[in-house]
Design a protein around this ligand. Structure first.
Ligand SMILES: Nc1ncnc2c1ncn2[C@@H]1O[C@H](COP(=O)(O)OP(=O)(O)OP(=O)(O)O)[C@@H](O)[C@H]1O
Ligand SMILES: [Mg+2]
Length: 425
């Protein structure tokens, strides 16, 4: 079958000439795309159990550091993420507990698998997540002189959409989808990672708590890294749907497709590299100057409209009046479309990207719809496109204010539940 033959040929990293992660006997590896060697971390700074033989650092983010390790008992390589400041404030505690709880309830080959959770006695404010190890994240791959065949691009995008279909069927919005949170293996399999911003829709989130203070409300809109942020989030719409993740997937798809064009790694980059995001994080010098934000500047929405065009009256009709009047400040334009950005790409790939990058979230393709696009017909395997058994709900999210001691208790319960579930498997 075409799929099996093609899969055998799909090797992404060999072209990069960099060693792949996950060799049991391997020494410290330079993470793909990063030229400097991993910073040496004192072994005693990490209080992980002896079964994990720690290796080099493979990633850092705003909440943690990720290292490769050999799990001697499991006989496999793993990734361990150390999250700091777990109990420093209630927003952090809730966010991190959500990450743990959501990850442990997800069960899909294209979502990174959680192997273990460790709340060390030696460190009062840290938590370790032991996960399956991915080969590289898409951001670091894009930064390398790696070129993809069209078939490889289709496979990676297809797998990302299959993962998203499952995630959304479980009622989870990722809310921070970006290339660095998409791990890609040498066989073009994808593992969506970093659920630090994820939310279960069944839950009562802190933006809906009675009488939220202003900072908390603004905070909840501050999801999704700016370049990948959907227009409805930029416009501070109070209710949004899983379509925010589909917008991010469209942005990611462009960067992925660029890997098959003859762009050098330095010329690749985000489709919408806005420098400010009015009204959430305005350019302070022009804080109240609406016209400034709509004319020829690198304002996130302006950069978006240059490509997709300004929205129609019908597309803005569901928005709040404040948002509508802001949009009227932008001079009307049709937008360049995606094709000029990917001049030699298959029109089918451009079409699926345009369906993901529609201003109106109701018109934007869902993961399920995108999977039916003709470009995937030769690789599609419907039996992989599974849905979750039901919505994930997080009981602790219903709790009012908790003390640090109570948060610790919630973590203990979550971790015990995780260990019980693993024993039962
Ligand atoms: N399971 C894994 N396998 C391989 N690499 C991983 C894994 N998990 C994370 N990484 C690497 O570590 C990086 C940081 O991890 P992660 O995104 O989970 O941290 P974070 O602090 O929540 O990041 P952010 O700044 O996006 O909020 C990722 O971009 C990726 O390069
Ligand atoms: Mg991340």
């Amino acid at each position: 079958m075409a799929v099996a033959v093609a899969m055998g040929d799909l090797t992404l990293l060999s072209q990069a000439g960099s060693p792949s992660r996950g060799k049991k006997g391997g020494s410290h590896l330079t993470p793909p795309g990063k030229s400097s060697p991993p910073r040496v971390i004192k072994a005693n700074a990490w209080s992980t159990p002896d079964r994990y033989e720690l290796r080099g650092r493979i990633g850092t983010g705003s909440y943690g550091t990720v290292r490769e390790a050999l799990d001697e008992e499991g006989g496999r390589m793993v990734a361990i993420k150390r999250i700091h400041s777990v109990f420093s404030n209630k927003i952090n505690s809730k966010r991190i507990l959500r990450e743990v709880a959501i990850l442990q309830r997800l069960d899909h080959p294209y979502i990174v698998r959680l192997h273990d959770v460790i709340l060390p006695e030696e460190e009062s404010d840290a938590l370790y997540l032991v996960m399956e190890l991915g080969d590289a994240d898409l951001k670091s791959l894009c930064a390398q002189e790696v070129y993809l065949e069209e078939l490889q691009v289709k496979f990676v995008l297809y797998h990302l959409l299959v993962g998203l279909k499952y995630l959304h069927s479980a009622g989870i919005y990722h809310r921070d989808l970006k290339p660095s949170n998409v791990l890609v293996n040498q066989d073009c399999n994808v593992k969506i990672c970093d659920f630090g911003m994820a939310r279960a829709v069944g839950e009562e989130s802190y933006d809906q708590e009675p009488e939220p203070d202003k900072a908390a409300r603004v905070m909840t809109q501050h999801v999704v890294t700016r370049f990948y942020r959907a227009p409805e989030l930029i416009l501070l719409e109070e209710s949004y749907t899983e379509a925010i993740d589909m917008w991010s997937a469209g942005c990611i798809a462009v960067e992925l497709a660029e890997m098959m064009e003859s762009y050098s790694a330095q010329d690749r980059g985000p489709l919408f590299p806005g420098s400010t995001c009015f009204p959430l994080s305005p350019d302070w010098k022009h804080k109240k100057d609406v016209a400034f934000h709509s004319e020829g500047c690198q304002e996130q929405l302006n950069v978006i409209f240059d490509v997709i065009g300004t929205p129609s009256e019908a597309d803005t009709s569901r928005l709040r009046e404040e948002a509508r009047s802001y949009i009227r400040c932008f001079h009307p334009r049709l937008g360049s479309g995606i094709q000029p950005r990917l001049p030699s790409a298959n029109p089918g790939i451009v079409d699926v990207i345009e369906q993901l990058l529609r201003f109106n979230p109701n018109e934007r393709a869902s993961a399920e719809e995108a999977l039916t696009h003709g470009i995937f017909s030769e690789i599609r395997n419907v039996s992989k496109e599974v849905v979750a058994p039901g919505y994930i709900t997080l009981e602790f999210d219903q709790e009012p204010d908790l003390t640090e001691e109570q948060w610790r208790q919630c973590f203990q319960e979550e971790i015990s539940g995780f260990h019980r579930a693993r024993l039962g498997r």
